[in-house]
Design a protein around this ligand. Structure first.
Ligand code: DCT
Ligand code: MG
Length: 506
């Protein structure tokens, strides 16, 4: 039965994003019952049902639309509630808010706004193959209320351990790591995120190993390494080769998908479609593919965007942004996050987070828009990619906004490359959780979120909640927000030893 009086009748076709297998089965049955058609990927005008814990930025960091139309993101809670009430409810109040900023380049580009940041990091999605979620090795069923009340969290949680500071070059298991890294990359490109994550974890274990692995027993003793992966490591040790990797590399589609994955603004669905349409080179795309405005920019600066940025250049870029921001208002707290804050020697892009120092509620028109204008005037920002504001329920219970600007910048020195820059403006009470999130790494974040889940908490860039009640992966009670003035406080609530950013480079 459908609720004809509501606009839910507009939903005819939909797809799912990052919804676990078991829930997906339930939802698919419900769709059948409600007369909805489920498609594999985002089609023109399709509605996309997303995991309830996803917010726009998380989605934008991991998934991209495959079409030029803007999908409407609806929380899966809509279907859950519809199932409970045995009728298809109006989806309106379940739509992920994606109000565009007024400073967007042009109205004709509206359809391109809600596209997504390139999928460089491993998806933060809840993977069925995630050891941490599936592991029965350790049970943590204590309800945390105050920071530091829980016993120390160690063991199978990546986030409980510092990342290895030793470089892979010169590591006694360097050869194995290189091959596993390539496998992880290729699995990501072919959209097998679960396997990609499994390989990343094995790499992390190997990076920490200070002696060369020689026996099968030593492999089995490594944390996070499952049987099939242990066999592959053993094959590399015995033969100095990995048949599966060679087979992967010789596949035409994989090398083409890898090439296309370098186009900023193109996700796995898009790259697959391009391959299916017979495109094999970047010139094919330039001449024959129907590209979004962002993909056109991604293609134009393909080499620039795929060249890592030396740390010193990021420092110079940061200085320019800070100076311009200071002219707009001296009241801002600004921090460059991502790989830069993790002290990496090179960065893929520049992730700059800002908020008001005094914690006053911000109004984006007064800060981000003039800052962007100023940076354009001095010729620093050269192209806009995404400009987006997202409302969220803040820890004080009121509604707050995170503002995200994705663009392209360039230093004025002759020969400077075009660089990808993100400017993210957050409410002061979300600062610590945002700082933690945007510092990453993505793998570290995933581990911390999963630990939070195990502790009946929920962690996102917006806040940390405790007393969360879940049925399966469904949240029945969203819990209560915890006050998180610093990153340290978040570690304390989760009973983790504090890790400085450079130790989170998992
Ligand atoms: N992030 C995440 N999950 C993702 C992608 C990103 O939690 N799937 C978080 C962690 C890092 C932060 O956002 C910034 O993202 P990126 O710029 O993609 O990552 P980075 O660590 O800064 O790496 P790079 O040097 O490639 O920019
Ligand atoms: Mg980055």
């Amino acid at each position: 039965m459908t609720d004809d009086s509501s606009s839910s009748s507009n939903v005819k076709t939909l797809s799912f994003l990052r919804v676990g297998k078991r829930r997906l089965e339930i939802f698919q049955k419900a769709c059948l019952k409600f007369g909805l058609t489920v498609v594999d990927h985002t089609t023109q005008n399709a509605f996309v049902l997303i995991d309830d814990e996803l917010d726009f930025v998380s989605a934008s960091k991991t998934v991209k639309s495959s079409t030029n139309s803007t999908p409407i993101f609806i929380r899966t809670q809509w279907l859950s509630d519809s199932i409970k009430q045995n009728r298809l409810l109006s989806y309106q109040s379940y739509v992920l808010q994606a109000a565009p900023c007024p400073i967007l380049p042009s109205a004709t580009e509206t359809s391109e706004r809600i596209h997504f940041k390139r999928e460089r990091a491993i998806s933060s999605s809840a993977s069925d193959t995630d050891d941490e979620s599936n592991s029965k090795k350790r049970q943590l069923d204590i309800q945390p209320i105050q920071p530091g009340e829980l016993p120390r969290t160690t063991g199978i949680w990546l986030c409980s351990e510092a990342s290895s500071s030793t470089p892979v070059v010169g590591n006694p298991n360097e050869k194995i790591i290189e091959k596993l890294r390539e496998m992880s990359r290729l699995y990501l490109i072919t959209n097998d995120k679960g396997r990609s994550i499994a390989y990343e974890k094995a790499i992390e274990a190997l990076k920490r190993c200070t002696h060369p692995i020689r026996t099968y027993e030593e492999i089995k003793a490594l944390p996070y390494v499952k049987q099939s992966l242990a066999d592959k490591i053993w094959e590399i040790i015995r033969t100095n080769n990995l048949v599966k990797l060679s087979a992967f590399q010789s596949r035409n589609d994989v090398s083409t998908l890898a090439l296309f994955a370098g186009v900023w603004g193109a996700g796995t669905e898009t790259t697959k479609q391009w391959f299916a349409q017979g495109f094999r080179t970047l010139d094919d795309l330039r001449m024959r593919a129907r590209l979004t405005r962002m993909q056109q920019i991604g293609l134009k600066y393909y080499d620039d965007f795929n060249t890592r940025i030396p740390r010193e250049e990021v420092t110079r870029i940061e200085t320019i942004v800070k100076e311009a921001a200071n002219e707009v208002t001296p009241d801002l707290k600004i921090e460059t996050c991502g790989s830069y804050r993790r002290l990496k020697a090179t960065c893929g892009d520049i992730d700059i987070l800002m908020t008001f120092k005094d914690g006053k509620r911000h109004v984006h028109e007064t800060v981000l828009a003039p800052l962007i204008d100023k940076l354009k005037q001095i010729g620093f920002l050269t192209h806009d990619l995404i400009n987006h504001s997202e409302a969220s329920a803040s820890t004080s219970g009121s509604t707050s906004e995170q503002l995200t600007y994705f663009g392209v910048c360039r230093l004025s020195d002759p020969g400077s490359l075009h660089r990808r820059i993100d400017l993210i403006f957050v409410p002061a009470n979300e600062w610590a959780c945002s700082l933690l999130y945007f510092t990453g790494s993505a793998t570290f974040n995933r581990s911390m979120r999963r630990l939070a889940r195990r502790l009946s908490m929920s962690l996102s860039q917006h806040g940390l909640y405790h007393g969360v009640v879940r049925k399966g992966v469904e949240k029945i009670n969203t819990g209560q927000p915890l006050v998180t003035p610093t990153e340290e406080s978040i570690f304390q609530y989760l009973n983790l030893p504090y890790r400085p950013p450079e130790d989170r480079d998992h």
